[in-house]
Ligand binder design. Structure first.
Ligand code: GLU
Length: 287
């Protein structure tokens, strides 16, 4: 029988998504720099092994909010967008500083739903990813929060980076997507509420019983994605031929442990459809 965990070692193209709650201190919403250092070292090491690495990082709004000294989480759209504009630049400055300590070059790619749905934009985005990866650059992706909205007539936002990271993974035909979250993985029920909830190590098919486990319950006030968005990400990634792992982002050392085949998090096995059209698929999910 194939050991799917051990096979993760050989995955070549890897997208890693980090949520805001895994990057910031709970008490202040400011960046957790020691954790960021571990994250960057882990990613540089994977890149040094010859792997293609893409980081999807949240944290623009949280970082901007802290930089602007806003005590409360912003609720007004324009305030969130202003926070994102300030925070995205600051986030990239910090990433570039940390990655350059290990001699790695990063790039920023900001996407929206419209840029992914638009054929020309999508081909350009894919070409840019391919070119950067062939140069050994680590692209750092986020949603372009300052210009994309839910609220306008045209919905132009994925709204959460779980979905965005799966769409990116599908577009660049990644072998593996790792979602670092504030939960260990998938449980049969919400473990915060139900002590009998049991942990699921491997999901080989996303049937109704698994999809029903996706309650929309983010554990913190900084992120936007709950288990529901993670299961949507799993649907996109696995249909596109990408394995996906949801694991706890409390300790970024988990990244190399997952890559070594340790039984951490929940592994969703890819289930590639013969004919997979990314945009038709996400539209069929109502995204
Ligand atoms: N794009 C948002 C940010 O960087 C976060 C979205 C998410 O948490 O999934 O602040």
């Amino acid at each position: 029988m194939t050991d799917f965990r051990a096979a993760l070692k050989n995955k070549k193209r890897i997208v890693i998504k980090i949520g805001s709650s895994s990057l910031t201190h709970k008490e202040t919403g400011r960046l957790d720099l020691r954790k960021l250092e571990v994250l960057v070292r882990e990613l540089c090491d994977l890149s040094n092994q010859g792997k293609d690495i893409v980081l999807v990082s949240s944290g623009a709004i949280a970082t901007g909010r802290a930089a602007l000294g806003l005590k409360e989480k912003p609720t007004e759209l324009r305030t969130k967008q202003a926070c994102a504009a300030v925070g995205q630049a600051r986030l990239m400055m910090i990433y570039q500083k940390l990655f350059s300590e290990y001699n790695h070059v990063t790039a920023q790619i900001l996407l929206t739903r419209n840029t992914m749905v638009n054929g020309v934009n999508r081909v350009n985005a894919r070409n840019t990813f391919e070119e950067l990866l062939s140069m050994g650059v680590i692209p750092i992706v986020n949603e372009n929060d300052s210009i994309s909205t839910f609220e306008t007539q045209f919905v132009d936002k994925f709204g959460d980076n779980d979905t965005l990271s799966a769409v990116v993974a599908a577009m660049i035909k990644a072998d593996l997507l790792i979602l670092m979250s504030d939960i260990d993985g998938l449980y049969t029920d919400d473990p915060n509420r139900n002590p009998d909830a049991s942990f699921i190590e491997t999901v080989d098919s996303l049937d109704e019983s698994i999809l029903g486990m996706g309650r929309d319950t983010p554990g913190t006030s900084v992120g936007t994605g709950g288990m529901k968005t993670k299961l949507t990400a799993a649907r996109i990634a696995t249909a596109a031929g990408t394995d996906m792992v949801i694991a706890n982002g409390a300790d970024f050392h988990n990244i190399h442990k997952i890559m070594e085949g340790k039984k951490l998090g929940t592994l969703f096995l890819q289930n590639a459809k013969e004919e997979f059209f990314l945009i038709d698929f996400i539209e069929s999910l109502g995204i």
